[in-house]
Design a protein around this ligand. Structure first.
Ligand SMILES: Nc1nc2c(ncn2[C@@H]2O[C@H](COP(=O)(O)OP(=O)(O)OP(=O)(O)O)[C@@H](O)[C@H]2O)c(=O)[nH]1
Ligand SMILES: [Mg+2]
Length: 411
């Protein structure tokens, strides 16, 4: 089994020799693995190339690739491609070339790859992880992680911007690089690559790492434009993902119309003031004055008509969600089970509306219409998320629904 650790570099002459040595020293801990180091350099003018080429002359496990263009994404993607095509790597890893990442985590990551994970992320933000950068960089790390979580909807992942990662060749080959902005000169490749990996349904594991501040050389990070790229990417993801919500609202409106028409025809035989039928469809059920009672319910025509029209609209909702709104999400299990679950979650919304009306009217003494309006909005979101969490869950392949939601034009 071959593991190629790609180190992207631009002007790292002070650090490169030491980091290569430290990475290679890990091979003692993983004797079954053929460990190689690939320095993927953007034509550094400072002599990084000469150092790596000198080492590679005497050590066949060390390689140099000149990717010519500037850009961390270019360094990483071209490096990994070279590692898979030329060196037939089975496992790929990447780490910074400035000693910020401790190579002794490599065997830990490898262990999880061997346990079946596709992508291991070195995380500064989990228990046991540390970030020794200055406060503004720590703020960026935390802020962008929170932003990515919310905009992508991936609450299970903590770290988004760190470069220290290991993944399988299989995963790398599955990622659609036409859909992620890897050619950008900023470091957006880090979150974007993670997003691309999640879109394939990758099994991801985070391991704690300590991120040391660089001791030598200079930082190439452009935090302002990187932040803008992260924001832009999150908005693109969100807009694409909102498509599902727009479909959800459309289906809700269509089902409401069915509900209204069915109720009118069953109960009155007319839609609003337009008589469509000679009489109500359920004319054989008595109206409230002569209806029978069951417990505290009056089983009159309006009651039965409401039940039928509500259920009809639930059925229409279900059919449209199943085949359109949530088509790209998991349809595992029996359709009847999903239908029953959908029926159950559909009660959530009216219950919230009821609670909202009562709380506004009775507790705050505010008009019940305001309570209803707010209840409708809250109920809508609760219903939407219940559908996502309970009925049409995340694809078993994890977050594969994300795949179709990234803008294919991002490059
Ligand atoms: N191939 C390539 N690598 C780059 C480029 N820019 C930065 N790198 C490398 O990417 C890694 C991370 O860059 P750093 O400058 O350390 O950025 P940072 O870690 O966010 O910031 P500091 O640690 O504060 O310097 C280092 O190994 C850099 O040499 C580039 O244009 N091309
Ligand atoms: Mg660094």
């Amino acid at each position: 089994m071959r593991l190629v650790v790609t180190i992207p570099t631009y002007n790292e002459k002070e650090n490169i020799e030491e980091i290569i040595k430290k990475v290679l020293a890990q091979s003692k801990k993983i004797p079954d693995v053929d460990l190689h180091v690939l320095v993927s350099d953007s034509h550094s003018p400072d002599g990084t190339a000469e150092i790596v080429k000198r080492i590679s002359k005497t050590n066949p496990k060390v390689h140099y690739l000149d990717v010519k263009e500037r850009g961390l994404g270019i360094g990483l993607v071209k490096g990994h491609r070279y590692a898979t095509d030329k060196f037939k790597a089975d496992i790929l890893a990447q780490m910074d070339g400035d000693l910020s990442h401790d190579p002794s985590t490599l065997p830990v990551m490898l262990d999880f790859i061997e346990k079946g994970y596709d992508l291991i992320i070195g995380s500064r933000l989990m228990r046991g992880g540390r970030n020794l950068l200055g406060w503004h960089r720590r703020l960026f790390t935390r802020g962008s992680a929170l932003y990515c979580k919310i905009s992508w909807g991936t609450f299970g992942i903590g770290e988004y911007t760190n470069s220290y990662r290991m993944f399988t060749k299989k995963l790398f080959e599955k990622i659609d690089f036409r859909k992620i902005p890897w050619k950008s000169k900023t470091y957006i490749i880090q979150p974007a690559f993670l997003y691309g990996a999640l879109a394939t349904g990758a099994k991801v594991k985070e391991v704690p790492i300590t991120f040391e501040d660089r001791k030598k050389g200079y930082s190439k990070a452009q935090i302002v434009s990187y932040t803008l790229d992260v924001l832009k990417f999150g908005i693109k993801v969100r807009l694409k993902r909102s498509k599902t919500f727009v479909k959800f609202l459309t289906v809700g409106s269509v089902s409401y119309l069915l509900n209204a028409v069915a109720l009118s025809l069953l109960n009155r035989g007319e839609v609003y003031v337009f008589p469509l039928l000679k009489g109500p469809i359920l004319s054989f059920i008595p109206t409230i004055d002569s209806a029978s009672h069951f417990l505290f319910l009056t089983l009159d025509r309006l009651f039965v008509s409401s039940l039928i029209s509500i259920e009809l609209s639930i059925i229409l909702n279900f059919v449209l969600h199943e085949n359109w709104t949530f088509k790209h999400r998991s349809h595992q299990g029996l359709i009847t089970a999903r239908f029953l679950k959908f029926n159950a979650t559909s009660f959530g919304s009216p219950l919230i509306q009821l609670a909202s009306i009562l709380i506004f009217a009775r507790v705050f003494n505010i008009h019940e219409q305001i309570g209803l309006a707010l209840g409708v909005v809250i109920g809508l979101f609760v219903n939407y998320f219940l559908n996502l969490l309970i009925v049409w869950k995340e694809h078993p392949a994890n977050i594969s629904s994300l795949a179709e939601n990234i803008n294919p034009k991002i490059e």
